[in-house]
Each structure stands twice: as C-alpha cells, then as structure tokens.
Design a protein around this ligand. Structure first.
Ligand SMILES: *[C@@H]1O[C@H](CO)[C@@H](O)[C@H](O)[C@H]1NC(C)=O
Length: 312
C-alpha cells in the first residue's frame, strides 16, 4: 500500500456515466456482492429520486489515484449496501452513488481522515457526455490543465448549514448534509433583478436559501424568482429575436443574432451576488444557454439558443 505524501490531494477520474450520480448526501455505495457481517443499519438515500431504504454498513479497501500518479488505499472504507431498486433514476450501468456531503462518512471525510488532509474537495463536472469530469480530494493545487492551479483564481464564500435535514430519511434534529451558500441578490448585465430576498434565506423549517447540488441537471428556482430572472434576461437581450420556447426551457432566442465569445454565446452575464457586492458567481453564456432542438438522428439542427432553467 502506498500512501500519498501528507496533504497531497487524491483524484478520482469520473466517467460521464458516474457524473450524473454524484450526490451531495451521505455515502451510499450499492454493491451487489459486498460481504458484510455483524451489520449495523444505515439508510442509503437515492437523492435523485428522493427515496431511502434500509441498508447494511460494510467496509472494504478502496484504492484511488494520488496526485503523484500512484494508487493510494483506504483499508477500512465505510459504505452502505442497499437494495438494487434504489438504483432507479440513475444512469444505465451505474452501481451506486458516491456521497460528498457534510457527513462523517462522506468521501471527503473518510479520505481526509485516512490521508491527513483538510476536509476539502474540488469538483469539475463535464457538460459533455464524452469527456470526463474530475473530483480532487484534499488541499490545492487543483490542476485541471497542465501547469494551471485553478485554486489561484477562485473566489470564496462561506458554506451555510441548513439546520433541517434535506435527506429522504432522517432523524428529527439532524442538520442537512447538503451545501448551502448565501446568495444575497441576482444581477443580470449588472442590473439587480427584482426579487423577494426573504426567499434567499433559510427559514426555521429549512426551506429557502441556495443549495449547491449535483442532482438537478439545470438550476431550479422558486417560481417568482425564475420569472423575474427570465423577464430581466429577456429585457437585457431585447435586440435579439425571440423564438418559440422549447420545453423545459423558459426563453429561446435565434442564434443568428447572438455572437460567440470565449465564454460561450454573447448574452448578458448572470451574477449571483454573495457576501458582498464584490464577491459574485458570474454565469456566462456557456453555462446559462443551451442549444435547443438538436435532433440526434437527423442532420437537422435548429439555430436557436435557450436560456436554461439556469445551470450554475
Ligand atoms: C416574500 O417571501 C416571504 C416568504 O415566502 C413571504 O412571507 C412574504 O410575504 C414575501 N413578500 C412579498 C412582498 O411578497
């Protein structure tokens, strides 16, 4: 067994099939033939379909690639073995879910304990089904491109604890294992979108606020916020011809009038303003627009772009 140097991140290359499955929840690995004895029970939770059931806790050796390229192993990695019907809603061929949430048995927790690094991880989800994403556990450098440490260009915002669990099964009083951030306002083209900001805070029942999740394909917004964002976006892009909407997208535009830039179609940037006006998550066209109407089995491709239900 070779361990990485202390503090070095370990990386897991994920193929596209697994990407849809990374859930920010408790660790769930559904292994059909895992051997478990003298079992403790834990509720594995499929956060894609929102279903949890009983499962048995098990442990096994897990091997993962370290930054140095060598394999690093965790000798007693904990996982939960559950029924195969919990795989419903996941991509074909997938055998389980890897939990990244704020629990003591999530991958970041177990790897940080095994390799003595901070409970940090970086995740890059590929938007393509043919190229891999990556998860890096541990401290930076986060090298996604040769000689480029992306941690140097990151902005930071505090993670907020939601005091009420958002899992499918939980005990009363459990906090949420998901990651929330404090969005204070939304701007489009630097103009504030008129929204009810009360909705941006987590209320006493755990509702509201802004969650970072890998479960939903496109960003989900409360209806009044979604309508205001769409309206403002359309107003800011009024010179571009609108075309009929394509479900599930809210507003579609003709590509003919939209230029292209290094960061995707030239459309107004959407800013999620965080703890101060100078800290914002800027969403460019590459992440806010999707090309709609591509018919896979015919050469016909429409020249229209749609604003997503927002992908962040
Ligand atoms: C804003 O949202 C909160 C929480 O849903 C609600 O109680 C309040 O009435 C809303 N305010 C306005 C002006 O709509």
């Amino acid at each position: 067994m070779s361990l990485p140097h202390t503090g070095q991140p370990v990386a897991a290359l994920l193929n596209a099939r697994l990407l849809g499955l990374l859930a920010v929840q408790s660790v769930i690995l559904l292994l059909s033939q895992a051997a478990t004895t003298n079992t403790c029970g834990l509720p594995p939770d499929n956060s894609v379909i929102g279903m949890a059931t009983h499962g048995d806790l098990g442990s096994d050796v897990v091997s993962i690639q370290s930054n140095s390229g060598r394999a690093a192993s965790v000798s007693q990695f904990l996982f939960v073995c559950g029924s195969t019907f919990l795989l419903e809603g996941l991509a074909n061929g997938v055998k389980g879910m890897a939990g990244l949430g704020r629990t003591r048995i999530s991958l970041p927790s177990q790897f940080s304990a095994a390799f003595s690094f901070h409970r940090k991880f970086a995740i890059c989800l590929s938007s393509s089904t043919s190229s891999n994403g990556v998860v890096l556990f541990g401290d930076s450098p986060y090298v996604f491109l040769p000689n480029v440490d992306v941690s140097n260009s990151l902005l930071y915002t505090p993670l907020i604890l939601n005091p009420v669990s958002t899992a499918s099964a939980y005990s009363l009083g459990d906090p949420s294992a998901e990651y929330f951030i404090g969005v204070k306002s939304i701007k489009i083209n630097e103009k504030a979108v008129p929204i009810n900001t009360t909705l941006l805070s987590i209320d006493s029942e755990g509702r509201g606020g802004t969650k970072i999740s890998t479960v939903d394909r496109y960003t989900v917004m409360e209806t009044s916020i979604y309508n205001a964002v769409t309206e403002t976006f359309i107003k800011q892009l009024s010179k571009v011809t609108r075309v009929a909407s394509v479900a599930p997208f809210g507003a579609c535009f003709s590509l003919k009038n939209i230029g292209s830039t290094r960061v995707g179609p030239a459309v107004p940037a959407i800013d999620l303003v965080l703890q101060s006006n100078s800290v914002f998550w800027r969403i460019f066209g590459a992440n806010s627009m999707v090309q709609a109407g591509i018919q896979l089995f015919s050469p016909v491709q429409t020249n229209n772009m749609c604003k997503l239900q927002l992908y962040i």
